[in-house]
Design a protein around this ligand. Structure first.
Ligand code: SF4
Length: 280
């Protein structure tokens, strides 16, 4: 499968038909990530993509583009790909994909809008944090201001996206501040869903080296639970937004719509914090 042994996709796309578009990561420099460390970046040629589409069930209604950031292939190729999807899978109403802030940069609002109309309906984007110092520490390759600008472009193009953030990322003693800054960032745009991930120190990542050298101290479980609570307290979406902590890395599993279900979600997270304090 195009040089990649492991295929990464959002858990909500577990039953979605997968279409490999890239392998490896074009950036491959995030401090916390070693997912594609040994893989060369590679774009699947369009004729190969077309062959895959021709072999799919014609009534497929949704596909997920496989790759760390398929938007990195650029407007022209993405448009051709979506046209092929439309040709071979005429009932496909939604193409979803991961995307990096750095890649959205390459697209104008008009191009994003054209892609939306051609069938691209949902992006999963790693914003990670609303703090510039932590983005720099994690070498994410974008700033908070740039992230907000790209998110607003997507809003203008009517292209829906889910916002992936990572609690624990700011390290010991920084979590509350990180949650407030992250909520402040998210409050500036409209997103379908806020998906939380819990920082995991990956083997062979640069962050693991930093931990080993005492240059980075991880936050504990209680601090991370309080970070989730602070995030929930500070998110003020203008439109109903799903808050989702069900990704397997999370310390607790919760899902609900903000702002309507904020009280219920806060009650749940407070109970988790209380239970943690009781047990320790
Ligand atoms: S987090 Fe995403 S963009 Fe960063 S290195 Fe990993 S796969 Fe690439």
């Amino acid at each position: 499968m195009y040089g990649s042994d492991a295929i990464h996709y959002p858990q909500d796309e577990m039953t979605t038909v997968l279409l490999p578009v890239t392998s490896g990561c074009i950036y491959n420099k995030c401090t916390f990530c070693s997912m594609y460390k040994d893989e060369e970046y590679y774009e699947v040629p369009l004729p190969d993509i077309e062959k895959q589409l021709m072999n799919m069930y014609v009534y497929t209604d949704k596909i997920f583009l496989v790759g760390s950031d398929p938007m990195s292939i650029g407007f022209k190729k993405m448009k051709q790909l979506l046209d092929m999807v439309h040709l071979h899978l005429p009932y496909c109403a939604c193409v979803a994909s991961y995307a990096a802030i750095r890649s959205i940069f390459k697209y104008s609002v008009e191009e994003l809008s054209i892609l939306h109309d051609a069938g691209l309906r949902l992006l999963y984007i790693g914003f990670e944090t609303g703090r510039d110092d932590i983005l720099k520490l994690m070498n994410k390759g974008h700033t908070v201001e740039q992230a907000v600008q790209q998110a607003k472009k997507l809003n203008e193009a009517n292209l829906a996206f889910n916002t992936i953030i990572m609690y624990g990322i700011a390290g010991e003693g920084e979590s509350v501040d990180n949650a407030i800054a992250t909520a402040k960032m998210i409050n500036q745009f409209t997103t379908d869903r806020v998906i939380t991930m819990n920082l995991v120190i990956m083997d062979r990542s640069k962050l693991r080296e930093k931990v080993k050298n005492h240059e980075y101290i991880t936050s504990g479980r209680k601090e991370r639970l309080i970070e989730i609570k602070t995030l929930l307290e500070n998110l003020e979406p203008e439109q109903p937004t799903i808050f989702d902590t069900t990704h397997p890395t999370n310390l607790v599993r919760m899902k609900g719509v903000l702002p309507e279900e904020r009280r219920r979600l806060l009650r749940e997270i407070r109970n988790h914090i209380k239970a943690h304090s009781r047990d320790n």
